[in-house]
Design a protein around this ligand. Structure first.
Ligand SMILES: Nc1ncnc2c1ncn2[C@@H]1O[C@H](COP(=O)(O)OP(=O)(O)O)[C@@H](O)[C@H]1O
Ligand SMILES: [Mg+2]
Length: 128
């Protein structure tokens, strides 16, 4: 899904919700996943100037999960360690998006390169 404007956010959230409901994810995990997805899509729009999001259903052993991949070609993040700290923001906001997201999901991965862009991948297992 391409995300370039504010109006793209709600359809994306709805799509994530649909996938989660379809696989029978618990309501608690659904909420955590959607909260995380909302933070990351906001970052992609605000800092990355838009980009692309992929939604996939994945399997590992007996568990199923949802993997979301956020890709932008924005300015990138100079210091990821700093960006992952609670309260760090270059955008005058709460700075809880990235660290908060990491706490809400099962797996979190961020790769960024200055001048090239940022890719964030999260996984939420159905039962994890
Ligand atoms: N996709 C991105 N591209 C470039 N910089 C980003 C991106 N996502 C996050 N950042 C940087 O990491 C900081 C921390 O992000 P976050 O924890 O979500 O806090 P906030 O959104 O409140 O600033 C941001 O202020 C920004 O500097
Ligand atoms: Mg944020």
């Amino acid at each position: 899904m391409t995300i370039v404007k504010e109006q793209d956010v709600v359809p994306f959230r709805n799509r994530v919700k649909e996938y989660a409901v379809k696989m029978g994810m618990s309501l608690v995990n659904q909420t955590k996943l959607i909260t995380a997805a909302s933070e990351l899509v906001r970052n992609l729009l605000k800092y990355g100037k838009g980009g692309n999001v992929k939604i996939e259903v994945i399997n590992q052993g007996r568990d199923n999960g949802i993997r979301l991949t956020f890709v932008d070609q924005g300015p990138g993040i100079e210091n990821i360690e700093l960006a992952m700290k609670d309260g760090y923001s270059t955008g005058k906001s709460m700075g809880l998006g990235l660290p908060g997201t990491k706490r809400l999901v099962s797996e979190f991965n961020i790769q960024s390169s200055v001048g090239k862009g940022t890719t964030v991948t999260i996984i939420k297992w159905k039962n994890g």
